[in-house]
Design a protein around this ligand. Structure first.
Ligand code: NAD
Length: 339
């Protein structure tokens, strides 16, 4: 286990079991150099505890990189609660998790993630103040979408010479919390929208509300467009899918879009400008982090403007150094995290 921690430079790993509720939880704290670790809490069924721990460690590392390049005084962490086969009292389980979070004295701040909701965070908040994205806080996805929209404009400027999205063909994969709000902004900016989602109801809504053109899910990546915006699941780019792309740039919300770091170089070799996912999708994190701090709305707005500014800076370095923006982003984050 220590070798695995060392491999991702993880600071601490906490495990807890609550016999009364059956809660089995992992909290991974990756890096607190810039501030307390912030990151969501997953509540999913895992095959075994090894996979749960690995997931927490990997995701915590990603949060450190995201917070660092978002300019936040925040480190990276992640919690995973292994979903039991039979759940008797969900509220009691999340209260037990809240006590675990509280026992860390603020070194880790939790939030909503896959399988958890604002209502779960309300239960956590009964036991600790080190929690964000409760039902009082509002949906961070809207802020993620705002950041992605600003990032798409910065990407269009860097790759196509103008940040005017009017008549650009933009393909959005996934019309969930982020993708739908993004599609709305892109349509308002005059973009020609191509959309796909496994849920036909969401596609129909985008067609009716924004005049979007529906594309079958399996065809979207290969559809000719100016900008492809992945807003569904991660891991969608591998050597096969990169070879199919017919876009000038990729800029979307999905986490961990590259199946491995070398894929960034393959995108670069094809002349496709890639917006590093953890930079362009950091709007939700900025919102929950600053809201937790009690920052005024104008400070949140100012920090959100860091997203296109940071991307523009990354693109300039990438172009000058003939490297992928993903490599540049990693290097910038590592400088902040490890000196
Ligand atoms: P969501 O679950 O609300 O929506 C995802 C949508 O994508 C679903 O409607 C799903 O049907 C669709 N989808 C998945 N795979 C698809 C595919 N191959 N083709 C077409 N449609 C597909 O999720 P979300 O909150 O909108 O987040 C979207 C992505 O952005 C995720 O990868 C998430 O990790 C990442 N992200 C979200 C936030 C946030 O604030 N919600 C912040 C940062 C990153």
């Amino acid at each position: 286990m220590f070798a695995q921690m060392e491999a991702v430079r993880l600071e601490a790993l906490h495990l807890a079991h609550d016999p009364a509720t059956g809660m089995r939880a992992v909290i991974a704290i990756h890096n607190t150099r810039l501030g307390p670790a912030l990151g969501g809490c997953r509540f999913l069924a895992y095959a075994d505890e090894e996979s749960a721990i690995r997931d927490a460690m990997r995701l915590a590392e990603g949060m450190s990189y995201k917070a660092a390049l978002a300019g936040l005084a925040q480190g990276g962490g992640k919690a995973v609660i292994m979903r039991p086969p039979h759940l008797n009292d969900r509220a009691a389980l999340f209260e037990a998790f809240g006590r675990m979070v509280d026992s860390l004295g603020g070194r880790y701040i939790t939030a909503v993630d896959s399988g958890t909701s604002a209502a779960d965070m309300d239960c956590v908040a009964r036991q600790t103040t080190h929690v964000t994205s409760t039902s009082q806080g509002g949906d961070p996805s809207v802020h993620t979408a705002l950041g992605v929209f600003a990032g798409i404009r910065a990407t269009a400027l860097a790759r196509l010479g103008s940040d005017d999205l009017e008549d650009l063909r933009i393909a959005v994969q996934g019309l969930g919390h982020v993708g739908f709000a993004l599609a709305e902004q892109l349509a308002a900016a005059g973009a020609e929208l191509l959309v796909s989602d496994h849920n036909p109801g969401l596609v129909q809504l985008a067609v009716e509300q924004f005049g979007a053109h529906p594309v079958p899910s399996e065809a979207l990546l290969a559809t000719p467009c100016d900008i492809l915006s992945p807003c569904g699941l991660g891991g969608i780019f591998n050597s096969l899918t990169v070879a199919q792309l017919r876009c000038a740039a990729v800029a979307g919300a999905a986490n961990n879009q590259l199946s491995h770091p070398g894929i960034a170089d393959e995108l670069e070799a094809r002349g496709i400008l890639y917006a590093p996912d953890y930079v362009i999708n950091s709007g939700g994190l900025i919102y929950v982090s600053l809201q937790h701090e009690g920052a005024p709305p104008e400070r949140i707005t100012a920090q959100m403007q860091e997203i296109p500014r940071r991307l523009t800076d990354i693109y300039a370095h990438a172009q000058a150094e003939k490297r992928s923006p993903a490599r540049v982003a990693d290097q910038q984050a590592e400088r902040l995290l490890f000196g």
